[in-house]
Design a protein around this ligand. Structure first.
Ligand code: ATP
Length: 579
């Protein structure tokens, strides 16, 4: 029921068009009635009375009845296909929009292939139903009702018999349909899983080749495909049974009508012409049944597909859209007693973390791997909500505001850079579309990209490749940096921004970063402690707790964890230099 009400809601804005389409199908249906009636007249009046002059009119009547039927039904189909495409586009956009508003936890727990499958293949399944089956089915139902009324008017017992046959067919067909729908839902989940594996396997082709796991990948796919194939064979079998059942009733009905109608002719209750007309209506009356049987697979695939799309309409939203927007921030940050664990996890990742920083300060966060540094940043960006504790930006509770308005004022450069398969210019302008060429060049200058771009034959118009793969790691980092600078962020966050780079590139990116930091509120997460040596304050996070806090010199003099880490890295550096 919910499925129907949600679907109807989507069609509601197009009610005028739908009404027009329905009007066309009514007119088309009315013309369907004419040829069998004329056939009855031929048998009862024209042939016995040898009214040869009427033959021409009869042929013209049949011809124009079909012509008008085709014209009006084509019009109806055209309007409905157009509305169907509008509705399916609305649905896809709604699901896609909701996905972008749902909390980050959804993305870490849902396979990407499943999301893509819903927004492409499931949408396509509904589109097939919407564009081909439904418009025809409406025509067929309208024509069948018109034919039923005509038969009822000609000789009602035949109409009742036909109706009874129809009702008998509906029961097994309904039962089979339910089984098919359930099977189809399983089939779609299996297909989504196959799609997910394909996508993941192709995306990780480097990993696959490095570890020589090609055969394992193919075997996994083979297992999934075989299970899907076996299941699909069973589903197809049930579909065929349903289709044959439709055929059986299609064949049986004329027989039943002949018996009932023949007896009526014998008893002089009806004329032979009326019987001929009644027989002529059978195909029209059984069109919807045949169509349902023939398109059962499309219908049964579309229903779970629709359900899967609708599930995305109900995804929780990260924050209420109508929360007030955060004005321009200065950059004072206060984190107070933050407790957090990832969904479905028992272990807390942050256990009472507190931090204060004033606008313009530079804070470094260091610590052991898995200590919770990146998680803290995710919470600071409002991507996750803490279980306990507060985050205040300029003395205002972050979670009482529309978080997008805060994020707009933050520039993040992380270890992983996300570049689109587009031009350098588009990637640089991603966060601020309307920046001027001058601003763009200044940001590239600050990020140390000017020489690199100048050396490219196509300059800013160079296509960077899928996920920026045509650029080196260092170049990608600097593009990400320039993109962040271009937003004029009030708060800059560097999350291991240079850790994946080689020594020389790291130094170049690092010096680009350092030129930006003075006077800007900055948080830097770093493994290499030299990166944050000049920070106003350094926090050492260990197992979700702030274990040490202070300036570089203060922490060294503590002779605690920071000191030990620094000494370990210092000697490493010394070793590197000695070599
Ligand atoms: N999306 C997630 N779902 C569940 N657990 C997660 C998720 N992301 C991180 N974790 C877990 O949270 C803990 C802290 O991870 P986090 O990435 O914050 O550490 P980190 O200090 O940044 O580590 P590193 O220095 O290695 O990058 C780790 O134990 C990690 O396994």
């Amino acid at each position: 029921m919910k499925l129907l009400s949600v679907t109807l809601k989507h069609f509601k804005p197009y009610w005028r068009g739908l009404l027009l389409a329905f009007g066309c199908s009514l007119i088309g249906g009315a013309f369907t009635v004419i040829p069998p009636i004329l056939a009855g007249k031929l048998v009862d009046e024209i042939l016995p009375n040898k009214m040869t002059d009427m033959m021409g009119w009869l042929v013209a009547g049949v011809f124009f009845a079909f012509l008008f039927k085709i014209v009006f039904e084509s019009l109806q189909e055209f309007i409905q296909v157009q509305i169907g495409l509008d509705v399916i586009t609305d649905m896809q956009l709604r699901a896609f929009g909701r996905l972008h508003k749902t909390p980050m936890s959804f993305f870490t727990t849902t396979p990407r292939g499943d999301m893509l499958y819903r927004l492409t293949h499931d949408v396509e399944a509904v589109q097939n139903l919407n564009n081909t089956v439904i418009p025809r089915f409406i025509q067929q139902v309208v024509s069948a009702v018109a034919a039923f009324i005509a038969v009822f008017a000609l000789y009602w017992p035949v109409a009742i018999v036909m109706f009874a046959v129809f009702a008998i067919y509906l029961y097994p067909s309904f039962k089979l349909g339910r089984t098919m729908r359930k099977m189809s839902a399983v089939q779609r989940d299996m297909s989504a899983d196959i799609y997910h594996h394909l996508q993941e396997s192709i995306e990780s082709t480097r990993l696959v080749r490095t570890f020589q796991t090609q055969n394992r990948e193919v075997q996994t796919q083979d297992k999934k495909l075989t299970a899907w194939k076996n299941f699909s064979i069973r589903a197809a079998l049930i579909g065929k049974v349903n289709w044959r059942l439709g055929n059986l009733f299609n064949i049986a009905t004329p027989g039943v009508v002949m018996v009932v109608g023949g007896l009526a002719v014998w008893n002089h209750s009806i004329s032979v012409g009326t019987l001929v007309a009644c027989l002529g209506f059978i195909p029209t009356m059984f069109f919807p049944i045949r169509s349902l049987a023939e398109n059962a697979l499309v219908i049964q695939q579309a229903i779970p597909a629709l359900q899967r799309i609708y599930e995305y309409f109900d995804l929780p939203v990260e924050h209420e859209e109508n929360l007030p927007k955060m004005g321009d921030i200065r950059g004072d940050i206060k984190v107070d007693d933050l407790w957090f664990r990832y969904p479905d996890k028992e272990e807390y990742v942050l256990k009472g973390v507190s931090l204060t920083m004033e606008a313009g300060q530079h804070i470094g966060i260091v610590g052991t791997s898995g200590g919770g540094k990146s998680t803290l940043i995710q919470l600071l960006l409002g991507l996750y909500e803490p279980e306990k504790g507060r985050i205040e930006i300029d003395q205002q509770n972050l979670f009482a505001y529309n978080r997008n308005s805060f994020r707009q004022q933050v520039g993040v450069v992380s270890q992983e850079t996300f570049l689109l398969n587009n031009t350098l210019r588009m990637n640089l302008l991603y966060g601020r579309k309307n920046a001027t060429q001058n601003e763009l060049e200044r940001a590239c200058e600050a990020a140390g990209l000017t020489d690199f771009i100048a050396a490219l034959p196509e300059g800013y118009e160079t296509i960077v490749g899928e996920r920026g793969l045509k650029l080196s790691g260092g170049q990608r980092q600097r593009v990400a940096l320039a993109r962040a600078i271009l937003r004029h962020p009030a708060l800059l966050i560097f999350d291991e921004a240079t850790s994946s780079l080689d020594g020389e590139t790291e130094e170049r990116v690092q010096s680009a970063l350092e030129s930006l930091i003075p006077g800007r509120t900055t948080i830097t997460i770093a493994h290499r402690l030299v990166t944050v040596r000049d920070a106003d304050k350094i926090l050492l996070l260990d197992k979700g707790v702030v274990a040490e806090e202070g300036t570089h010199d203060e922490l060294l003099s503590l002779k605690g964890q920071y000191y030990q880490l620094y000494m370990a890295q210092y000697s490493e550096l010394e070793k590197e230099r000695a070599i």
